[in-house]
Design a protein around this ligand. Structure first.
Ligand SMILES: [Ca+2]
Ligand SMILES: [Ca+2]
Ligand SMILES: [Ca+2]
Length: 341
């Protein structure tokens, strides 16, 4: 227990290391293995799971009649804890999950600190695109030590398309009609459908957004269950956050071969789980004005679907999550500067 407390406190001490004349960083090198300190490198808590509307909502994980929010949180935890790697879906834009750990994921200077596992893959023979459904990542350091992520403790990881960043494919996809803007303070509302068997499947669940946009989540032929999260009360579902550029391009021109282009770094479910570019440096966290913040670590991580786009028969862009890994506990060393090319 004492060791646990020390470990828990350690990141908080880092910020004041100079005051004490401590060169603590080096002492800790190499000791962060699961076997020596007993901490899990994986998710140990699910605080909230609120997917948006989507073709995998209510099935990943499965909603059963009568399930409450707590039941769904527990099902998500059963899926993604302990390296189980069972996929959960966050649905369309804005859907999110909030997870926690049995320790603080340390923010080591110059190094990536964790990665969110998803199901992104490259199309055959391609490095630029495949299935990339980027989730935006936020981190919270429990500064007031109350065991909860308070509203003023959240900071967003500024990935490659944040802060005016551009991707190599922007021009090509803009020419194809995609909205390639990154919009901060974006807000979307989905409306509960009146029927599960719409006469026009393309007009199944309506949404409106803060950009004066509106549209529908279509019901496709592969997934017949309700797409509106069934344990959520009320007829509207609203999400807010940053909205990323639309990264889906129909290569066929006939709606049957969608390439989902990859962002350079800093998102979930965007790169393959083994690629360095799927790793995240807590040092990339920024405040609401885009200024860097210097966090000692992360106690909680929130992931939300970052793109609002329908991709033909693929359906809506939805971030999937299979877990989170503390790279330091797993002794995986990835220098973050190498990812920011
Ligand atoms: Ca770091
Ligand atoms: Ca707190
Ligand atoms: Ca995915």
């Amino acid at each position: 227990m004492e060791k646990m407390l020390l470990k828990r406190m350690y990141p908080a001490l880092l910020g004041s290391a100079l005051l004490f004349g401590v060169t603590a960083c080096n002492d800790d090198e190499g000791s962060d293995t699961p076997s020596s300190d007993g901490f899990s490198p994986y998710v140990t808590k699910v605080l909230d799971y609120r997917p948006a509307v989507g073709q995998f909502t209510n099935t990943m994980p499965e909603y059963e009649e009568g399930d409450t929010q707590e039941d769904m949180n527990r099902k998500v935890l059963e899926a993604i804890r302990d390296n189980r790697r069972t996929m959960i879906s966050l649905g369309g834009y804005g859907g999110y999950v909030v997870v926690g750990f049995d320790h603080t994921i340390e923010n080591k200077p110059g190094l990536c600190d964790f990665r969110v596992l998803g199901n992104a893959f490259n199309a055959g023979g391609q490095t630029e695109y495949g299935s990339s459904e980027p989730g935006i990542i936020q981190v919270a350091y429990d500064a007031n030590g109350n065991g909860r992520p308070d509203d003023d403790e959240w900071y967003e990881i500024a990935g490659s398309a944040h802060l005016g960043g551009r991707e190599a494919w922007f021009d090509e996809l803009q020419a194809a009609g995609n909205d390639i803007r990154t919009v901060t303070d974006y807000r979307i509302t989905y409306y509960r459908p009146e029927t599960e068997t719409p006469a026009d499947a393309e007009k199944y669940i309506r949404w409106t957004d803060s950009e004066n946009g509106s549209g529908y989540i279509a019901k496709n032929g592969y997934h017949a269950q309700p797409y509106f999260p069934q344990w959520v009360e009320g007829n509207e579902l609203t999400f807010e956050g940053t909205r990323l550029p639309q990264n889906g391009l129909d290569l066929s021109g006939e709606g049957n071969n969608f390439a989902l282009y990859k962002f350079a770094y800093g998102y979930a479910d965007n790169e393959t789980n083994t690629a360095d570019a799927s790793a995240i440096d807590i040092g990339w966290a920024v405040d609401a004005e885009g200024n860097p913040v210097d966090l000692p670590g992360a106690d909680f991580i929130r992931i939300y679907t970052g793109v609002n786009q329908q991709n033909g028969w693929l359906g809506e862009n939805s971030t999937e999550v299979m877990g989170v890994e503390d790279l330091h506990l797993l002794e995986i060393r990835i220098e973050s500067s190498a990812l920011k090319k």
